[in-house]
Design a protein around this ligand. Structure first.
Ligand code: 7MF
Ligand code: ZN
Length: 855
């Protein structure tokens, strides 16, 4: 266990050596790829530190210093480094290593995805390609010559611009690429393969033509059109919103089937998980289309926030990720409904990030201690990180934020910097003191804000108090700088007043000249990532639903009524639904609002949203209450829901623009109706008539969850139709894990033995194992512990092949805090079986240590 040691932010030291130029020659071969690296280096430190190059899973073939061999006593090789002594001033290293991409199941460094070679270097994958200073503050100019068999690999790609190409003997050819921008090695990329190419051009606002190229598996070209349109929209948006223009002559995207994450922003050569590129209406859902656009935008936006200005060290990851997620969220909000986009972001934050921040791996958005960097690509760094940027945007205003961004690029373009540097640029450009605000970067845990309301002296007095729960590494938490947008809804007129309050201490009171029964809607737009405690009557909440201007506040008030109902039903098994819930549903069903927003208003809080805010939850009781509430609603509103279903189905054909919203609404409505067997026919009809994946998958999912009599047949039909489409078959595997009965376990074992279930394909494993643990709380939390044990076994199996993916899968097992004792005990037992296995990865070890230390 203790063979692994953590690194600390406090220990950061600049690199004693620089790498001015990196010249690579990569001669591709499945098992013996030869990597020749010529590094033009300089020692900048004056003390006697040796050069320590990182390297893992490498075979060192040869090493020259300034063209000459050196004595064996002057260097040493271990399984993680090459250390060279006696270097000074400027010198050149020639290093030849050999690697085995075909056996690289971890999918880090250079590996094979199907027939193609590709790379993934962030965070520390470059060290699996050659010995190097694998840290983001070492920036170098790369020239990369790629050599491969011409018939099998007609496309040989790397970062930057192609500068030379030619034929070689034995059917090989080569292409040399030069990237003029200095970059850290985590942004290096290489791809070789045979693809279909979708090509286009984009003219920047400064009049330059950029070649846009998307490479996909043969036969999939038409499925890249949406990604291409999304790329052009992203490029235009960044010019218009931030004045940021693309800087190379070519922008390439390659879609691969075997990928650990969503996508990667390598300079000029993004590599994407094919699920975030390929789409047509028959095979991809509206949500897929939305996500593709968002991921394309995210990776594109990294070109400025991440690549042009990068991170000094990996503790600063949120510098690029929080900021880039904020940028992609703003882009999605501009391209679609801002309200719906914001609510969806908040749902993810509360359901997932809040749980992470309450669990054993809780960390600040700028962590202080890291054992395995891959474990810190988290919802906290990304999503809470984006919320922290959003708070700056709220505090400084749109123009102030833009001024801060301009200042940031002026000061730091071409550099590797820190989160502090970013906030300082914002502070300087706006002449503001953000010293208290900076605490958001260093403090973990979700702050809790309690609001007290009093009325006297003809004024309304609001007291806001904040507490961040203590955590083992941070027993004393400081007060944070919290922007609080508040709406006041005046009685009778329902006139709305908006205020922005800034809470900077433990507690503060503001008073307002408004009438006595003014309704207060705090945290409009979800202006800070906090939990709020505020006693509000159902009448007040209903008044917010009806009159608040901010759509987030409207949705939040509706959800508060539903959350209160869930908690109430957990305490007694009363068969009535409260008057307020009835009034909310009635008002929403009747309201003339955007269908996508109506769909969100009619959606009950999810299992994860409830466990993200409640404690000591009996998981089975919660599943049962959510089911009961669904049945109540279906019974009481049967007729209006039927009409709503008909209406939304009709308007899909008449208005293409609102069709995704209407489809979302009709599936939320059908989800209620389908609890009644007499409406199962609607489900099979939706499936049978579907000409798009959104409807087809919605119908199939509802059929499986409700176990309609036709469910088995629909699963078969779907499988027959899509057996040759990998991405759609991932959906099929996922739907299968929604079976509510305990037959599921035998069924999943059978699924695992299918030839198309491969443990080496992360998408397929997540489709089965991830979907089960996240989407089927009833069986995952079953009282036999079978659900937990299934996950534990899969984690152990996966860890041997791909530690990064295993380490993400384990998440629901280590987040025990919300559950009552019996569940926590069973989860802990499952974790204890994992720790028995020999040779666990650093990734899994770090999480197990954290989780088991808690007990
Ligand atoms: C949108 O951040 C939002 C987040 C790292 C890999 C992509 O660009 C990235 C990479 C992980 C987790 C989430 C995302 C990414 C990664 C991601 C993708 C699209 N730098 Br790990
Ligand atoms: Zn990113």
């Amino acid at each position: 266990m203790s063979e692994f040691t953590p690194r600390f932010l406090a220990d950061y030291q600049p690199s004693p050596y620089r790498i001015h130029q990196t010249r690579l020659v990569i001669d591709l071969d499945d098992h013996k790829t030869k990597v020749t690296s010529q590094l033009s280096m300089e020692k900048v430190a004056t003390d006697s530190q040796p050069l320590e190059l990182d390297g893992e899973h490498l075979t060192l073939v040869s090493l020259l210093v300034d063209g000459k061999e050196i004595a064996e006593s002057n260097y040493s090789v271990s399984d993680s480094s090459l250390v060279i002594e006696g270097l000074s001033g400027e010198f050149t290293l020639d290093i030849v290593t050999e690697i085995d991409p075909a056996n690289n199941t971890a999918l880090e460094g250079l590996y094979k995805s199907g027939q193609a070679y590709c790379t993934q270097c962030e965070a520390e994958g470059f060290r699996r390609i050659t010995y190097y200073l694998d840290r983001p503050d070492v920036m170098s100019i790369f020239t990369t010559k790629v050599i491969g068999d011409k018939a099998s690999y007609p496309y040989l790609l790397a970062n930057g611009n192609p500068v030379e190409r030619g034929q070689l003997e034995n059917g090989k050819h080569f292409v040399t690429w030069h990237d003029p921008f200095p970059k850290p090695c985590y942004l290096f990329a290489l791809v070789a393969g045979d693809f279909d190419l979708l090509a286009d051009t984009y003219t920047t606002s400064s009049g330059k033509d950029v070649a846009l190229e998307i490479f996909v598996d043969k036969g999939n070209r038409s499925k890249a059109e949406h990604a291409m349109a999304s790329l052009k929209h992203s490029m235009r948006w960044d010019e218009e919103t931030f004045g940021l223009v693309y800087d190379l002559d070519i922008y390439m995207i390659v879609a691969v089937d075997f990928f650990n994450m969503g996508a990667m922003e390598n300079k000029g050569l993004n590599v994407f998980n094919s699920k975030y590129v390929l789409a047509d209406t028959a095979s991809a859902t509206d949500v897929d289309f939305f996500n593709i656009e968002a991921v394309i935008a995210h990776e594109y936006f990294h070109n400025w926030t991440g690549n042009r200005i990068t991170c000094r060290d990996w503790f600063q990851l949120s510098l690029k990720e929080g900021l880039t997620v904020f940028r992609d969220q703003q882009f999605s909000a501009d391209m679609h409904s801002a309200a719906v986009t914001r609510i969806k972001n908040v749902k993810v934050l509360r359901a997932q990030q809040f749980a992470e921040d309450a669990g054993p791996m809780s960390h600040p958005i700028r962590p202080e201690k890291v054992m395995e960097m891959n474990n810190f690509y988290t919802l906290t760094v990304y999503e809470k990180g984006a919320e922290v940027i959003r708070m700056l945007h709220t505090l400084l205003g749109k123009q102030g934020f833009r001024a801060g961004m301009d200042r940031y690029f002026e000061k730091f373009d071409g550099m590797a910097v820190t989160c502090d540097d970013f906030v300082n640029a914002m502070a300087e450009a706006n002449n503001r003191d953000l010293s208290i605000f900076k605490r958001w970067y260093g403090q973990s845990g979700t702050p809790e804000v309690t609001i007290e309301k009093r009325y006297f002296d003809e004024r309304l007095h609001l007291t806001f108090s904040q507490v961040t729960p203590a955590s083992p590494s941070q027993p004393e938490k400081q007060a944070l700088h919290i922007p609080i947008k508040v709406e006041f809804i005046k009685p009778a007129s329902n006139e709305v007043i908006e205020e922005l309050l800034e809470l900077k201490s433990e507690s503060e009171t503001w008073s307002f000249d408004v009438p006595q029964s003014t309704v207060v809607a705090p945290f409009a737009e979800f202006s800070a990532p906090v939990k709020v405690h505020f006693e509000q009557s159902d009448d007040e909440l209903l008044s917010i639903v009806e009159h608040a201007k901010d759509s987030f506040s409207v949705w939040e008030a509706g959800q508060s009524i539903l959350r209160k109902e869930v908690v109430r039903l957990m305490q007694n098994d009363n068969d009535e639904i409260s008057e307020s819930v009835m009034r909310t549903f009635q008002a929403v069903i009747d309201a003339d609002i955007d269908p996508a927003f109506k769909a969100l208003m009619l959606t009950l809080p999810s299992f994860d949203e409830v466990t993200g805010s409640e404690q000591n939850v009996n998981a089975q009781a919660l599943v049962e209450v959510l089911e009961r509430l669904k049945i109540f609603v279906a019974n009481v509103f049967e007729q209006p829901l039927l009409s709503l279903f008909d209406e939304s189905r009709k308007s899909i054909n008449s208005d293409a623009q609102s069709a995704p919203g209407q489809r979302a609404l009709s599936s939320v409505v059908l989800n209620y109706l389908a609890v009644k067997p007499e409406h199962h026919e609607l489900v099979s009809k939706l499936f049978g008539n579907a000409d798009n994946m959104t409807d087809q998958l919605a119908a199939l999912t509802i059929a499986v969850r409700q176990q309609t009599s036709g469910a088995g047949t629909l699963l078969q039909k779907f499988e027959q139709q899509w057996i040759n489409d990998t991405l759609v078959m991932d959906k099929w595997f996922s739907v299968n894990t929604n079976i509510p009965s305990s037959d599921l376990f035998a069924h999943m074992e059978a699924l695992k033995t299918r030839p198309d279930f491969e443990m080496t394909n992360p998408n397929r494993v997540r489709a089965l194992v991830g979907a089960f643990a996240m989407q089927n709380p009833k069986q995952f939390h079953c009282k036999s512990g079978q659900g937990y044990n299934f996950l534990a076994n899969m984690v152990v199996e996966m860890d041997k092949l791909n530690p990064q993916v295993a380490s993400r899968l384990i998440t629901p097992l280590i987040q025990r805090e919300a559950f009552s004792g019996e569940y926590q005990k069973l989860m802990t037992q499952a974790l204890e079986t994992i720790i028995q296995s020999p040779q666990l990865s650093k990734d899994i070890t770090e999480k197990l240590n954290a989780a088991l230390a808690e007990q």
